[in-house]
Write a protein that binds this ligand. Structure first.
Ligand code: UGA
Length: 430
């Protein structure tokens, strides 16, 4: 089938490559000409495992192409996915500017029957608004349907998730549109859920909110474990083996970041508050997550009378491993707090380049982990990159000045590290 995807961010680009891989003829549209130029040349402009290879492969098959010309692209395609961003506004609710622009663009250039599929995470009721925005913007009388089809990709394993999702959720009032979407995804071996647009929107928010809840829950349990000298990993493992609980998203650490959980939790809280039905549990989830970096810094402060002038090495800048995304990354909350203590901060990350605004604050990036840790007074692990598990900690123990490791992601084997002479502190670790 011929498919247009509006918005070439990580969701749109991944979806485009995955749909082309299953034989569809996909056009990716973005108003950002630099992105389109890069993708047309086969250069992925962000880091996402395996996607570069898939992009090159699909460009070669000619089933995947890119454009910044909305008029031709909308005319040429009956099925149009919207995957533009919905960032947070200052008041916590989602900024729908790009969604509205995409809907109006579809309305303006629409020239016949269309199925418009909203894949962006949008607040309750937005898919219905998309319908109205298209209606207002169009002079074309031909019918069109809207479908809400939330995306559940994770950064760092987006392609894998797109090719093997756990489920496909489709929300529409049109059976014909739902049948077409099921045909598009007919190669996927997972349950399909047909529902209303607003239920599909809620499914996405509730899923992200629940995963965030699991993380804050285990982080609070980890604090209690700290009090009692209990390894939280043992507790999480014991809990996770119960099928009703499940082991995923029970990794205690510095809390959740990224472009999704913080934004989606805020949006759902805002919607709930404004509908007179506040979500009390979720409010605490957000609070626990907000407090987690401070809780961790206090652990550090307990070991030192002052951090002023201390050479502190931060390992990891991305909000999670296998991505170069630093949006809402906890590393920067930690760095900010250390700056307030007048520490001397060195950072390392396998792929993220420290933004200039942080360089201007006096932070130095060193690309070799051994060179970075030379003469360090203490080391803080902020991102669970596998590299930090694999590096030669015996070698590092000879390079550092002070033998202190604060493991904000509980990735190191405490006993082995302690044997090397380090003082080791994790989260929820005795
Ligand atoms: C999340 C969801 O997992 C996806 O299903 C969803 O499609 C996506 O948001 C979205 O809405 O677009 P993502 O933000 O890419 O995906 O990353 P996650 O793997 O969910 O991790 C989010 C944060 O939680 C990271 O900072 C990670 O370090 C943290 N985390 C995760 C923990 O602290 N503990 C865990 O056990 C798991």
């Amino acid at each position: 089938m011929k498919i247009l995807i509006i918005g070439m961010g990580y969701v749109g680009t991944t979806m485009g490559a995955a749909l082309a891989n299953t034989g569809h003829e996909v056009t990716g549209l973005d108003v950002d000409k630099a992105k389109i130029e890069s993708l047309t040349k086969g250069i992925l402009y962000f880091h996402e495992p395996d996607l570069q290879e898939m992009l090159s492969k699909q460009l070669q098959t000619k089933r995947l192409s890119f454009t910044s010309d909305p008029k031709e692209a909308i005319k040429d395609n009956e099925i149009i996915f919207i995957t533009v961003g919905t960032p947070s506004l200052k008041n916590g609710n989602a900024d729908l500017t790009y969604i509205k622009q995409a809907a109006e663009m579809i309305g303006k250039y629409k020239n016949g029957k269309k199925i418009v599929v909203v894949k962006s995470t949008v607040p309750l009721g937005t898919t219905e608004n998309v319908k109205q925005w298209i209606e207002v913007a169009t002079e074309d009388p031909s019918p069109f349907d809207v479908v809400m089809n939330p995306e559940f990709l994770r950064e760092g394993r987006a392609l894998q998730d797109a090719l093997n999702p756990d489920r496909v959720v489709l929300g529409s009032h049109s059976d014909e549109a739902l049948n077409t979407l099921e045909k598009i995804y007919s190669n996927l071996h997972c349950p399909f859920i047909r529902t209303t647009p607003v239920a599909a929107e809620m499914t996405k928010y509730a899923s992200n909110a629940f995963l965030a809840t699991k993380i804050s829950f285990i982080n609070e349990i980890a604090r209690l474990c700290d009090q009692f000298g209990i390894h939280v990993q043992d507790v999480a493992k014991g809990m996770g083996l119960d099928d009703r609980i499940g082991g995923a998203f029970l990794k205690a650490g510095l809390g959740y970041g990224g472009s999704c959980f913080p934004k989606d939790v805020k949006e759902l809280l805002w919607t709930a508050d404004h509908s007179g039905c506040p979500l009390r549990i979720l409010k605490e989830v957000e609070r626990v997550n907000h407090d987690q970096p401070q809780y961790f810094i206090e652990k550090v402060m307990k070991k030192f009378a002052s951090l002023e002038g201390k050479r502190i090495v931060i390992l990891g800048l991305s909000f999670k491993p296998h991505t170069d995304d630093i949006r809402e990354s906890v590393s920067f909350s930690i760095i900010n707090k250390l700056l307030q203590e007048k520490a001397n901060i060195i950072v390392h990350d396998p792929i993220v380049k420290l933004p200039n605004e942080w360089v201007n604050k006096g932070i130095k990036q060193i690309n070799d982990p051994y060179e970075a840790t030379e003469e360090a007074d203490l080391i803080i692990i902020c991102t669970d990159w596998p590299l930090y598990k694999e590096i030669d900690w015996a070698k590092i123990s000879e390079l550092v000045k002070g033998h202190y490791i604060f493991d904000g992601r509980n990735i190191l084997e405490a006993d082995c590290i302690k044997k090397l002479g380090f003082n080791y502190e994790g989260i929820g670790y005795d």
